[in-house]
Design a protein. Sequence first.
Length: 329
Amino acid sequence: MFSVDRLPLWSFCACMLRELPSRCLRGWLLVCCVAAACVLSACGRAGGGSGGKLFVVATTGMVGDMVRAIGGDRVDIRELMGAGIDPHSFKPELKDTTAMSRADIIFYSGLLLEGKMENDWQAHSGKSHAVAGAIPADRLKGDAHHPDPHVWGDVSLWATGIDGVVDALSQKDPDGAAGYRQRGEEYRKRLSDLHGWALGRAQEVPEAKRVMVTSHDAFEYFGEAYGFEVFGLQGISTVGSFGAADRAALAKIIRERGVKTIFPESSVNPAAIRGVAEDTGVAVSEMELFSDAMGVPGEMETVGGESYDLGTYEGMIKHNMNAIVEALK
């Protein structure tokens, strides 16, 4: 007789095939062995992605962009939410939960941005990483129970998530650690340059005119970082409700502050903000702001002779700043 724990999988299968008298049973066992071999082979690779790469799931485009920049060609990334998707109300489908189950690492923004996915982080606690989790509590807005999750609006604040991504990838793939560190520093430099550009561009708007009115309160970090006063029709989550009193209060601010243009958002139904414009007689910007989602990858925009991809974090920030400056100055 034989001992299973001392035999390779295929040797064990061969022995079992010889032991079974029934051709039908031998056939079924062969199928099972092939399937088991595939599973064990996949488990033995460096990661669950193609070619042994790490298979990474990212929730939003902003998270995916950072992980892609740091992971380079050692990661396969699946983003759950594309252009125009509201993360506050996003509910994962079967294909999404399957991807998370298969993933080597799951990166999400955190601070309750993906409000309907909290159970998913608990279910995959051993491999889930919140990019915004590294931000010091004293730099967060909102309160302890309802923090404002829109931290990517301040580029310097969003950059604090880089080290956590580098560490999470390096722990899962130690052989790639040096590359992750190098690309992390390169991405940090790019974001530092982007932050400096945004500071300079904002100065083109006279201080008295730096008043932004948007669909929901997603730009407070942006406003503090670059010198804009921000008012949203809805609160920090689009799931929250608003009524006639909120609309009237916003209309009063618009009239008192002399606001001429207000901004819709790509991931929020524009009907409400257009209603405010009708109430006040102001213009609605033709350029939607990217609040909770980036643009379509590969879609290029050119402003002032500079072109950028709206489906990248850098393109998102440049689009927003350019749209705001041109409308308000």
